[in-house]
Design a protein around this ligand. Sequence first.
Ligand code: LLP
Length: 413
Amino acid sequence: MLEFKNEIPFVEDTSIHDIMKVSTTPFYIYSQEIITQKVKMTKKILGNNIFFSVKSNSNQAILKLMNSLNIGADVVSIGELKRSLSAGFASNKIIFEGVGKSKEDLIYAIQKNIRLINTESLEEIKLIQKLALEKNKFVNIGVRLNPNIDGGTISKISTGKKTDKFGIEISEIENIVNLVSSCNNLNLIGISCHIGSQISNVEAYKNTFAEMKKAADTFVSLGIKIKHVDLGGGFHIQYHKDDPKFEIEDLKGELDTCFGSSVYELSFEPGRYLIAEAGVLVTTIINTKQNGGINYLIVDAGMNTLIRPAMYGAHHEIVSISKKMDNSKTYTVAGPICESSDIFVKNILLPKQTMGDTLVIKNTGAYGKVMSSTYNTRSLPSEVLVNKDNFAMIYSPNKIEKDIEEDIIPSWL
Ligand code: LLP
C-alpha cells in the first residue's frame, strides 16, 4: 500500500509528508481502497455472510466503512457492541462471541436483539435463558464448538484445541441439546468455531469444516434446526516474504466438497485478513546509538504503540521513507519503552538514518492501535484514513495530561 512517487511516500494519492504536517508521529494510516478491495474479494469467494472481527480494528470510521460494504460485525464485549451500533450496523448484522461474557454484556445484547449470541458453555446457556426470561425475550443463540484441531499457529493465538479455553467440546452435543430443549426462551440456530489466528494450513481448515459439518448434522438428527454454520476467521496474511502464501481461494474447494449440497448458511469472522495489509504505522527516529556493536534506531513508537513484535515475536517489515536505498547499514529498530522486549526488528538493512528521519512499519492495520496502551505514560497513537487524495484523522488521542488527571488520589494521602 506504500508507494513512492518521485521518492515521495504515498498511500493511495495522499503523500505521507502531507499527513505529517497535521499529525505528530506515531500514527497509523489505513487505506480505504485496500480495505474495500479485500472485503469485496472476500465476499466474492466466501459469500455475503462475512462478520468483521471488530477486535482487530474497532475505530468507528473503519466500522462505518465495513458496514457500507455490507458486511456484519463480530463483537466480543459490550464496548465493541456499542461501537458497532454507533457506527451504524443494524442489530441483526451483529454476532456476539467470547469466552467470558458478563451479565451486563448479555443483558445489553439481549435488549438490542442482535442476530446471534454464540455461547461457550452449558453454564452460559443457562444464564442466557434466565436473563431472557427475566427480560421476556426470545433469544437466538449459537454454540461455539471446540473441534480439537491444531491450526499450527503460535500457541498464543491458537484456540481450537481441546485444552484451549474456547468453545464446548463436540462430545457435549447431546447435553447441549437436552439443556436447550428445556430453555423456552432460547432458539438454537447456529454453531460456530474459530481454531485460531494467522492460520495458513489448509488441511487444518479442511478438518475443521468436516468436524463442523458432522456436528451440524448431529444437531439436526437430534431435532435442532441448525441454520448457520459459522467457520470463524483466522485467515493468514504474509507479514514476511518467507511466510507461507495463503489466499482464501485455497479454501473454496474444501468448502464446496464439505458443504456443497447442504442447506446450512455458512458464515465467517475474519479480522486480520480484511485490514492488516491496509495499515501502516509511521514513526520518527528520536535517537540513534551503538551498543555492543549493534546500531540501534530508537523510534517514537514502542511496544505500547504496536505490541505484536514484543508479544508474539511477530515480524513487520520496516522501510525508510526519508532516504533512498543507498549507503545501506544494518540496524536494530527499537521503541523508547524501558523494556528489552521493546524491539520491532533486529538486523535489517536500511539507508543510513539519522535522528528525525521517518520509518514506516507495514501490515499494521489489524491488532495495532486496538492493542496499544499508555504504558510508560505515553500517548496513544493517532489514526488516519486515506481515501484517494483525501485524508482524515479518525482518532486523536487524549493529551497525556488528561490521562494523568484521571488517577484518583485518596483523601488520606
Ligand atoms: N473469531 C473469533 C472467535 C476470534 O477469537 C478471532 C480472533 C477472530 C474471529 C478473528 O481472527 P482473525 O481473522 O483476525 O485472525 N492479537 C493477535 C490475534 C488475536 C486473535 C484473537 N481472536 C495478533 O495480533 O496476532
